[in-house]
Design a protein around this ligand. Structure first.
Ligand code: MSP
Length: 624
């Protein structure tokens, strides 16, 4: 039995590349387990409570539930379009989950693991995480995401996390549950440095699960992480011991490295407190960046998974994500690398092999491929291929998808190289027809075996291979072709090319500006324009045009910006005025000075006029 989960995604933002990455790995594994014949369950869903969601909803004039409904359905729609084979789409606002969490809280309370006290410390709303002063970076910034934290002083219920410190360390040691293995050291150090009891309720906002009635304290709501983590259990209808309850403990919880601590420290402690079994594995992957930078809306460099899949195909997108980066490492998204992998691997090694086999068999043997003579003539090649297949399985089971794919492509290379080496067309000319047919049989069997194992990653294109070679991708054939090393006969049908060579980048080509001069609202949203106060302004020696500004933005942040308006304004006249400035431009060096932004002006005939708000507004106010 294999139960596998993705994190449940916050509904304060629409799906991006990072979400697609976790979900596609989870889907690949679920498909692989099913192929192996395991009874498998895949869960994904959305995390909908907490201060962050409440704020995001308010900012858009929605109630939190309306907002959660809207974004949750966007996630679901994308996963459906991506044909993610989830069995459960779970939401923390489901009544079954709410009931479970209340019951859980009560159990932990009755056990004596929860007590009431006062919380004094810092809170990062973005990470929904508590910190002490010494953990913070400069200016009280969150050590994880860098955003400003807020000081909290409120009555709170605490969980006796410290009580479970030794048990957690023992679990790491005995069960070895963390993948990749090198992530364990970090966790061990964190736990060994001493676990403090954890605040698990909040009182300063509403959007969450209330305490169970028995505790009679209805101003508290349950901490969003305690709520969210138990989605993995509650969704199995565990409280009523429904038919899926048997799937707990999960085989694998897939998470990003940023949320490993919640899953591998807090969650096991909560589970132990609730007398529930611990998951077998927790796998933490790295982060995707774009050209070396963290993706964020304010930088305007967020990659939309749908855009990539629409341009290059879902299979190619899946392949790239799994192949490009060793699981656990960070990866940089590059369209060039994606194209290279499509052209040199998917097209040349995989797609072309099918075309060659189909072409040769239709030409030489009426599309009939028999498995005769393969082992007599090509035993060495066959053995090498079987070894690659076996290794690929081990790699995927150990959560090393890039190496699993590498092995499968090594197996394909054996087929492609054998064709080049033995040249079946020459064998036929020389009258060695049996050997030529055996070679085609070898290659068709390699392609079928590889396609079986590739099918969890490339469901669409391997289905086309199966259709063309007339065999089934199913557990029975997994058993026969992979485990028992059997060889098949085939009756081949013609098939259009699996992939086409990509000649030029498709994403850039689709950029709206190149097609028409209009931009989408999303493109406008990439530009961050704020109101700033001129605190200082001076001419730059040697330049007639430039003025050097010191501008004040939010929270007193000062920025240096250069602007070419010296011919229109005297520097000292501008001090104290409010201007509009683009704040998310890449920094530039002008005349040897750094300029971090661009001041907006209107070109009025020959004049140049600064733009600012009609009335005084807060410095840093966003213009939209
Ligand atoms: N709601 C919590 C998870 C609760 S699970 C009980 C959460 N949600 S999230 O939407 O912010 O993030 C979900 C996942 O996306 C995390 O695993 C995170 O690591 C991953 N990613 C977010 N940005 C990412 C990249 N840029 N790259 C790769 N994954 C990243 O955290």
């Amino acid at each position: 039995m294999r139960y596998i989960t993705t994190p449940i995604y916050y509904v304060n933002d629409v799906p991006h590349l990072g979400h697609a990455y976790t979900t596609i790995i989870a889907d690949t594994l679920a498909r692989f387990y099913r192929l192996q014949g395991h009874e498998t369950l895949l869960l994904t869903g959305t995390d909908e409570h907490g201060q962050k969601i409440e704020q995001a909803a308010k900012a858009r004039n929605f109630t939190p539930k309306e907002y959660a409904d809207k974004i949750s359905s966007e996630f679901k729609k994308l996963w459906d379009e991506f044909e993610i084979s989830y069995d459960i789409y779970a939401r923390t606002t489901d009544s079954r989950h709410i009931e479970f969490v209340k019951d859980l809280f009560l159990k932990m309370w009755k056990k004596g693991d929860i007590y009431k006290d006062k919380y004094e410390g810092y809170y990062c709303i973005s990470c929904e995480s508590f910190f002490t002063k010494i953990q913070l970076k400069d200016e009280n910034a969150c050590p994880d995401c860098g955003k400003k934290t807020e000081l909290l002083e409120e009555e709170s219920y605490f969980f006796k996390l410290s009580k479970y410190q030794d048990a957690i360390l023992k679990w790491y040691e005995e069960a070895d549950p963390i993948l990749p293995k090198n992530k364990k050291t970090e966790l061990v150090n964190f736990v060994q440095s001493g676990l403090k009891d954890l605040s698990i309720t909040r009182t300063s906002f509403d959007w969450g699960i209330k305490l169970p009635d028995e505790i009679k304290d209805n101003k508290h709501i349950i901490y969003v992480w305690l709520d969210a983590l138990f989605i993995y259990v509650s969704s199995l209808d565990f409280l009523n011991q429904g038919k899926n309850a048997k799937f707990w403990p999960a085989h694998l919880l897939l998470v990003g490295k940023d949320i490993l601590r919640f899953h591998a420290v807090y969650f096991p402690a909560f589970l132990m407190s609730a007398n529930l079994a611990l998951p077998r594995f927790i796998g933490a992957h790295g982060w995707w960046t774009k050209e070396g930078e963290k993706m964020s809306k304010s930088k305007g460099n967020v990659i939309k998974p749908k855009d990539i899949a629409d341009a290059y195909g879902l299979d190619a997108f899946r392949y790239f994500l799994l192949r490009e980066v060793p699981f656990g490492n960070d990866g940089d998204f590059s369209e060039t690398m994606l194209i290279n992998r499509i052209n040199s691997e998917l097209n040349n090694e995989f797609g072309n092999l099918l075309s060659r086999i189909v072409g040769m068999s239709l030409k030489y043997s009426n599309g009939i491929i028999l498995n005769e003579g393969i082992l007599e003539n090509f035993k060495t090649e066959f053995d090498v291929v079987q070894k690659h297949l076996e290794d690929s399985i081990i790699f995927l089971e150990n959560l090393q998808p890039n190496r699993y794919l590498e092995e499968l492509f090594k197996a394909l290379a054996v087929a492609n190289l054998s064709i080049t080496k033995y040249e079946p067309w020459n064998l036929i000319k020389k009258g060695e027809v049996k050997k030529a047919n055996a070679l085609i049989g070898l290659c068709a069997n390699i392609l079928a075996k590889v396609s079986l194992l590739l099918s969890p990653t490339l469901p669409k294109s391997t289905a086309k291979v199966a259709e063309s070679l007339n065999f089934k991708i199913d557990t029975k054939n997994y058993q026969a072709l992979i485990l028992e090393k059997q060889l098949l006969n085939f009756k081949v049908n013609a098939q259009e090319a699996l992939f086409t060579k990509i000649e030029k980048p498709l994403l850039a080509q689709e950029a709206p500006l190149q097609q028409e001069q209009k931009i989408k609202i999303d493109d406008f949203a990439k530009i961050e324009i704020k109101v700033a106060m001129v605190k200082a302004c001076e001419n730059i020696q040697g330049s007639k045009k430039l003025l050097k500004f010191q501008l004040e933005l939010d929270n007193g942040e000062l920025r240096q910006v250069l602007s070419g308006i010296a011919e229109y304004y005297k520097a000292d006249e501008l001090i104290g005025k409010q201007v509009c400035v683009i704040t998310n431009l890449k920094k530039a060096k002008i005349f040897g000075y750094e300029s971090d932004g661009m001041i907006l002006t209107a070109q009025s005939g020959d004049d140049c006029v600064l733009i600012g708000p009609k009335e005084l507004v807060l410095n840093g106010s966003l213009i939209s």
